[in-house]
Design a protein around this ligand. Structure first.
Ligand code: NIG
Ligand code: FE
Length: 403
């Protein structure tokens, strides 16, 4: 037998997400995992390991739990500056929408991001991405949307691609030129739609995998969203949408009608919207950090899961509504405040995230999948919700390499 890259034995609880092992999480007790060339080659009970198994790196997990690396399917983690002052104002009673309407909020991050060089943007964002990695995230989607002009939207996507090249985490770039109407176009919004669907899209489409629109009363209408989605699709981009976050403006129903890959936020989605989403097979990406930091009611995650919708949970890491890099905190919020079970939340943070990004090679610990693994400082996945600041990774493994 050839020497493998990595062998982990005596895993107290291995969360495989593989239905072959039973239950939602496919848990195997006292488990072992073998990987070679970045890919998992064997999964089973430690006592069943083939006797001649040999690896360059062997780890005895000593009863710790192992889960798939988190797939954080919704972030705005590349940006310049921060909005701590705005946060303090909101905590003292100011509203997110009023701050945005008066030219602050997202617009203040746009100003800072426009002023930053590509190098500044990379060096300001890398520490946040490192923080994601040490807390167990091995794949993250990252959106543009703080440029709102051709040059800065392109600079943001170039920064995402550059950071993907220099860190182990896989970054999936999304074009969000339709975050809000560009500051120069607030009185002539149809011209901004022409820019986003025309020259801006032509410039950035080669840098992005997805297009996203903030479909909300404070941002883009249903008709504007339709036009932007159609243009993105014509450029070969997949589609994800911010919907029904601040009010029920019909974005969830539109996401279902268009059959897009993911519909994100969903704070105000109705039962009818959810039934349509389930039927369309669109993944709901829930962002409990936003309800927390915006002091809005907890997401109706229980109702969304029970409607038969495929659920992912993500950080939405951004300087305004959720400045959180850590998925275990999000798992805890999804359980404690939003009503998912501990098993559902861990599934939604791993396999659910992979489905939301259309990735079928991760989020599951099984032969043939990427060896993206987290060894937790905890005996079971339950501790992620139960002890969110303590059940952090002992080790993060990306493509079979211990980081
Ligand atoms: O997902 N909803 C719109 N966009 C972000 C917030 C961005 C910001 O406030 O900077 C979100 O919550
Ligand atoms: Fe967002």
């Amino acid at each position: 037998m050839t020497t493998s890259q990595l062998l982990i034995t005596h895993i107290g609880e291995l969360v495989t997400n593989d239905p072959a092992h039973g239950g939602l999480l496919g848990i195997i007790e006292d488990a072992a995992v073998v990987a070679s060339k970045g890919v998992i080659t064997w999964v089973g009970r430690t006592e069943d390991l083939p006797a001649d198994t040999d690896a360059i790196q062997s780890i005895d997990a000593g009863g710790a739990a192992v889960i798939p690396g988190y797939v954080d399917a919704h972030t705005h983690v590349v940006f310049a500056g921060d909005r701590a002052d705005e946060f303090a104002l909101r905590m003292a009673g100011a509203s997110y929408e009023e701050i945005l309407a008066s030219g602050g909020g997202i617009y203040s991050t746009v100003e800072a991001t426009r002023a930053a060089t590509l190098g500044d943007l990379v060096s300001e964002s890398v520490p946040r991405i490192d923080h994601m990695l040490v807390s167990g995230t091995t794949t993250a989607e990252v959106k543009s949307g703080y440029g709102l002009d051709i040059e800065t939207e392109a600079k943001m996507l170039e920064a995402i691609v550059a950071i993907d090249d220099i860190t182990p985490i896989d970054l999936i770039p999304t074009f969000l030129g339709a975050h809000v109407v560009g500051p120069e176009y607030r009185e002539r919004r149809s011209e901004y739609i022409d820019l986003v669907t025309g020259p801006m899209l032509d410039r950035v489409a080669p840098l992005a995998q997805f297009i996203d629109v903030f479909c909300d009363d404070a941002a883009f209408t249903l008709d504007e969203t339709r036009a932007i989605v159609a243009a993105g699709q014509a450029h070969g981009l997949g589609v994800r949408l911010h919907v029904d976050q601040l009010s029920r403006s019909g974005g969830t129903a539109l996401a279902a009608e268009l059959g897009v890959l993911s519909a994100d936020h969903l704070d105000h989605a109705t039962d009818e919207d959810l039934a349509a989403l389930a039927k369309a097979g669109t993944v709901a990406v829930l962002l409990p950090g936003v309800s927390y930091a915006m002091r809005t009611p907890p997401l109706p995650a229980r109702r969304i899961w029970d409607a038969g919708v495929t659920v992912a949970i993500a950080t939405d890491c951004n300087p305004g509504s959720s400045y959180i890099e850590t998925m275990s905190l999000i798992i805890s919020m999804a359980v404690v405040t939003a009503g998912l079970t501990t098993q559902e939340a861990v599934w939604a943070a791993t396999k659910g995230g992979a489905l939301a990004l259309g990735l079928d090679d991760r989020g599951v610990i099984a032969p043939g999948m990427l060896a993206d693994l987290v060894i937790l400082d905890a005996p079971s996945h339950v501790h992620l919700a139960y002890r969110p600041a303590g059940a952090l990774p002992l080790e993060v493994i990306k493509r079979g390499i211990l980081l």
